[in-house]
Design a protein around this ligand. Structure first.
Ligand SMILES: *Cc1c(COP(=O)(O)O)cnc(C)c1O
Length: 387
């Protein structure tokens, strides 16, 4: 089968062969349970603790501040549920500050905390580029705030938020600050000390690691209630026998990402800039969504007036290009995404969204090929739309 050219690296990435090599021994040769006393267990435990040190070095934190989880979503859940419940117990604070532009792993979790645990949500306004400003957080935060969550970089529109400045606002108020860095980690520095964050979520499959493997940075002293109870794994915060090969895979993928970050960004950035420039020039009634400058170096996102975004994705797939409408979880839904709605995009634009995200395998030839088919697909769909 002739698979389409992959232009959807924000949805997921292929696993780096070097990561697979690092993982393989832990499926069979060194299959022990890290909690076991015998030597099989000791070997597995050494692998997990070595992975923890690798992740800690990448994040510039202590190994005991790294919690391994099953995915980026779980990391967001543990951070928000854990901090909200612990802070309310400690201080009585019961407000959560976040925005509608967050990934559903955050928005659905805070809505769940509101519905079943009585927390109150304040949705922070973003500017027209989907950026959350520190002044907005400063105005909203108070002694009743239990936790603040603002993503590092947006998965749908690529905008990078000023998380260090937002973290400083939260620090001054003594409120824990969580950032979802699942999309950001592939290209942006994740030095948690420089960022000043208390909680930071990662998911390995967004940076050439395996799906189903995540991590949460928890700054020492951040109050956190465990969300998976059972054996005492992960310092009692996340029970369950450690997924040794996937933990090893996440650590190796993150190590390589930090080491090769500049080269990876230098590969995709000119391709991105060319794609955005050429597309906006060749297609009428098209606009870039998200920030024009402060955006992920591999990320292009657009809105086209009077185009059915889902039909566009199908047409592109048939023509040999795998793209997205912005959020993998929204595919098939006729409603514009919450993120695009919250940008104030009119409905006739917001329904015609397209996300094109580049990565290690993207070539200039692929971008040219994409640019050569897109205008015709758009005008065909516009004819259908007006018919
Ligand atoms: C992909 C993604 C998630 C979810 O991560 P999983 O590992 O797929 O659960 C959360 N937040 C953002 C910003 C993402 O891009």
């Amino acid at each position: 089968m002739n698979l389409p050219i992959y232009l959807d690296y924000s949805a997921t990435t292929p696993v780096d062969p070097r990561v697979i090599d690092a993982m393989l021994p832990y499926f069979n040769e060194s299959f022990g349970n890290p909690s076991s006393i015998h030597r099989h267990g000791q070997i597995a435990e050494a692998a997990v603790e070595s992975a923890r040190e690798t992740v800690a070095a990448a994040l510039n934190c202590r190994p005991d501040e790294v919690v391994f989880t099953s995915c980026g979503s779980e990391s967001d859940n543990l951070a928000l549920r854990g901090a909200a419940l612990a802070m309310r117990e400690k201080t009585g604070a019961d407000w959560i500050l976040t925005s509608r532009l967050e990934h559903p792993a955050v928005t659905k979790t805070v809505e769940h905390l509101a519905k079943y645990h009585g927390f109150k949500i304040e949705w922070l306004d973003a500017d027209e580029h989907g950026m959350i400003h520190p002044e907005t957080v400063a105005k909203a935060i108070c002694h009743e705030t239990a936790v603040v969550s603002v993503m590092y970089a947006n998965n749908e529109i690529g905008t990078i938020n000023p998380v260090a400045e937002i973290a400083a606002v939260c620090r001054a108020q003594g409120v824990p600050f969580h950032t979802d860095a699942v999309q950001a980690a592939a290209y942006l520095p994740v030095d948690v000390d420089a960022l000043g964050v208390d909680l930071l979520a990662l998911g390995a499959h967004k940076f050439y690691g395996p799906k189903g493997s995540g991590a949460l940075y928890v700054r020492k002293g951040t109050p956190l209630v465990p969300h998976l109870t059972g054996g005492g794994q992960e310092a009692g915060l996340r029970a369950g026998t450690s997924n040794v090969p996937y933990i090893v895979g996440l650590a190796e993928a993150l190590r390589l990402t930090v080491q090769e970050r500049d080269a990876r960004a230098a590969h995709v950035r000119p391709l991105r800039d060319h794609l955005i420039g050429a597309l906006l020039e060749s297609i009428p009634d098209a606009r870039l969504t998200g920030h024009p400058v402060t955006r992920l170096p591999n990320h292009c996102s657009f809105a086209f007036k009077d185009v059915d975004g889902n039909a566009l994705l199908q047409a592109l797939d048939a023509a040999g290009f795998a793209c997205s409408s912005g959020s993998a979880c929204k595919t098939g839904s006729p409603e514009p995404s919450e993120a695009l709605k919250s940008l104030g995009l009119p409905r006739e634009w917001a329904l015609g969204s397209l996300r094109v995200t580049l990565g290690a395998g993207t070539t200039a030839g692929q971008v040219e090929a994409f640019l050569s088919v897109l205008p015709e697909k758009i005008s065909r769909l516009r004819q259908l739309h007006s018919a």
